[in-house]
Design a protein around this ligand. Sequence first.
Ligand code: NI
Length: 270
Amino acid sequence: MYPKQPHLQPEDVTGLVDTHCHLDLEPMASCLSVVLASARLAGVARFVVPGVHPAGWERMNVIAQEQGGVFPAFGIHPMHADLADDNVLGRLTEIAGSGIAIGEIGLDPLYSVPLEVQEGAFREQLRLAVSLGLPVLVHCRRAFQRVLQILREENAHQVRGIMHAFSGSVEMAREFMRLGFLISISGTVTWDNAVRPVSLARQLPLESLVLETDAPDLTPQDFRGQPNQPAYLVEVLRAVAQIRGLRPVDVLRQTTRNAEMLLYGHIHCD
Ligand code: NI
């Protein structure tokens, strides 16, 4: 299923953090040991797994217990915001502390769940994050001003977080950075038609960037047509390094440090 290997060889890269990969989803879940082995071979050492549907939380817990370097972040994705009733939020409150962040949460008008329902779930989960002192992993498409306003109103600067697979402008990214948020670059930066991700990778300070795959989605250019996997994070690293005219190892060191500092105390270095 995953015939090709990424370009960089193991000696070039070690210790990468994939700040957003859905290891509990198919097709990765069914061949997880193979997926993690090829990721480690490619230099990816740590994996942040955000919650999507409450039914996935238990599996995320099991994966984190069985696999070294896997860190869950529990939460309800905006596409499932209509599930965020008192009962589910109560379960989230119980389980959230065993994760390294709350996520993924946010707003996305491209989903069928009404925006006011998404906003309610987003605010509840932000309040939980602030009360637990956990950073947040934010999903946002085409609702950047609204998300920014909600983050401000809910005091998200106290916990900070990551704008995952950020698709906004450089100016908008800087607004989130003012709240202490990091901007995550995904495989879209490698796409032939990429414009905004390339501008973000070129213009934002390296101290504000982290890397992710969003596997199984957002497969990098050379592997498009196949499901994404964490091993392909090196494609994102390579693209950012090339865009900035830096060595991959320099981008790796700084982005890893950024992820560690945000998730300090939750994500452990070996
Ligand atoms: Ni995601």
